[in-house]
Design a protein around this ligand. Structure first.
Ligand SMILES: Cc1cc2nc3c(=O)[nH]c(=O)nc-3n(C[C@H](O)[C@H](O)[C@H](O)COP(=O)(O)OP(=O)(O)OC[C@H]3O[C@@H](n4cnc5c(N)ncnc54)[C@H](O)[C@@H]3O)c2cc1C
Length: 453
């Protein structure tokens, strides 16, 4: 049988259920990656740099199995229709299901176009559980984190993990390679992203090394230091997880294994890391039930009832690290240089934009989307809506990060600031932190009342 393995956000060979199933069921197998022609929320600009490198890595790994990777820009339904014309009606397209709303829409088009032939076959997933499985006792949807997390844990502790088995001895005959990864034009005209090579090592094998280095060593320092912005104590696995260079299920299973080890039973480091991974699951879950949460507030009245500022100059200054508030500017500089910043820095800069400058979270979301190498639609939307208090999972109306206090607490000796700002800011803060915080409270007061009513 001439079949296809359709890679999406699962750019790996190991623990890849769709790939192992496709290899088992096929006489001839070709790999395909499709980048939609017009969809700015498929993969952000900085993440495209990573995607290019990760696809190159994957292509090399697949070749060892005799599997050719062809890449396309365009409409998946049209591309697969042509494949089926060429390969025959019985062609199966194997893939792992992604709950990303953009991918779900693409899949829906493919399913509708190929409805008679039913060629699309889901095998694994990009989350541990299908969002349809996690429901409240009344069969409702979880809107806040802790109860979701409790149910998630009760299910995962009972789960039988199945990662498939990759038959590395099976060799296919490579098919014609008529495209190059460079055809996707993911890195052309983006000289600013060249510097990312200093900070990132894309590809499955590098991701596995990073995961092992973290799980078997660094994790022991996680709880006490995960908010440390000066040094890297967190896993920095977000981008590898987002592109599926490592399987999220496998990562969870490794952590769960350690819970069974008496030495780690009460280990807060592993529990805290496990909890962060559940936040990712919650982000995917929440977006599945709020498919436009990257475009508008989940509490949609927040978009119209909060008096958001339309000041483009303030927004530009925030983007360009010119707010005059050191910790915010240093964070934004790190983002621009490295395509990444620690969670604490994301919260501080997002809070400053939405609360102190009063600018709608969606503008910041879009900037992060295009500048974060680990940009993920669900986690980014949740991060922004959590900070700006526009979704049920955030209780942030009254919480406004004071960047000066954050600086004192997390960078008392200005190490972070000096690292990212060539010289300490000589710019006067573009707003007064204290009076803008008071104004934010007044703006949000209306919303709080609406929510309570
Ligand atoms: C405004 C804002 C925007 C964000 N945008 C993104 C984004 O685009 N992509 C993204 O992957 N994360 C995003 N996050 C979440 C979080 O900041 C990053 O996942 C984390 O900093 C990545 O670093 P790490 O891998 O070292 O995390 P670790 O602390 O090592 O955590 C392990 C993993 O858990 C998951 N995780 C941790 N914290 C969160 C969280 N708060 N929400 C969801 N998943 C989490 C990630 O997959 C992460 O790799 C955002 C947070 C905020 C406040």
């Amino acid at each position: 049988m001439n079949n296809i393995i359709w890679f999406r956000n699962d750019l790996r060979l190991e623990h890849n259920l769709a790939l192992s199933e496709a290899m088992l069921s096929s006489d001839s197998l070709e790999a395909v990656y499709i980048f939609p022609e017009k969809n700015k929320f498929f993969v952000g600009e900085a993440a495209q740099w990573y995607l290019h490198q990760s696809l190159m890595h994957l292509e090399g790994r697949l070749l060892k199995l005799g599997i050719t990777l062809n890449v396309f820009i365009g409409n998946a339904a049209d591309i697969f229709s042509k494949y089926i014309e060429k390969n025959g009606k019985k062609t199966t397209i194997f893939c792992n299901k992604s709950f990303n709303p953009i991918q779900l829409k693409i899949d829906q088009d493919v399913t509708v176009t190929l409805k008679q032939t039913k060629n699309l076959r889901y095998v694994g997933m990009d989350t541990v559980f299908d969002p349809n499985v996690i429901k409240t006792k009344a069969n409702g949807i979880y809107k806040i984190f802790t109860p979701f997390s409790n149910t998630f844990s009760s299910l995962i502790f009972k789960k039988n993990f199945n990662f498939g088995s990759l038959n590395k001895t099976k060799k296919f005959t490579p098919v014609e390679k008529f495209t190059e990864i460079s055809d996707l034009k993911l890195i052309t005209n983006k000289s600013w992203s060249k510097k990312f090579t200093n900070f990132w090592k894309p590809g499955e094998l590098n991701a596995i090394n990073l995961m092992h280095a973290f799980l078997y060593k660094k994790i022991d320092l996680y709880s006490d230091n995960r908010d440390n912005i000066l040094e890297q104590y967190t896993s920095k696995l977000s981008v590898s997880i987002n592109f599926g260079e490592i399987s999220i299920e496998y990562l969870f299973s490794e952590i769960l294994k350690s819970f069974n080890d008496a030495a780690y039973k009460c280990d807060t480091n592993r529990h805290d890391f496990y909890r962060q991974l559940i936040w990712r699951e919650f982000a995917k879950y929440s977006m599945f039930y709020n498919q436009e949460s990257h475009l508008k507030s989940i509490y949609d009245y927040c978009d119209s009832e909060i008096l958001w500022s339309g000041d483009d100059i303030l927004f530009e200054l925030w983007k360009q690290s010119k707010t005059g508030v050191n910790i915010v500017d240093a964070s934004m500089k790190q983002l621009w240089n490295e395509g990444w910043m620690p969670n604490r820095a994301r919260m501080i800069s997002a809070s400053f934009l939405t609360k102190n400058l009063g600018i709608h979270w969606n503008k910041g979301f879009k900037w992060f989307w295009d500048t974060l190498v680990d940009a993920d639609l669900a986690s980014n939307a949740m991060g922004w809506q959590w900070v700006s208090g526009t979704a049920p999972y955030s209780a942030q109306f009254s919480r406004i990060f004071n960047p000066h206090l954050q600086e004192k607490k997390f960078d008392p000796q200005n190490i972070y600031i000096n690292k990212y700002l060539n010289q300490t800011n000589t710019i006067k803060p573009i707003v007064s932190v204290s009076s803008s915080a008071k104004e934010a409270k007044i703006r949000y007061q209306r919303i709080k009342l609406l929510q309570e009513s």
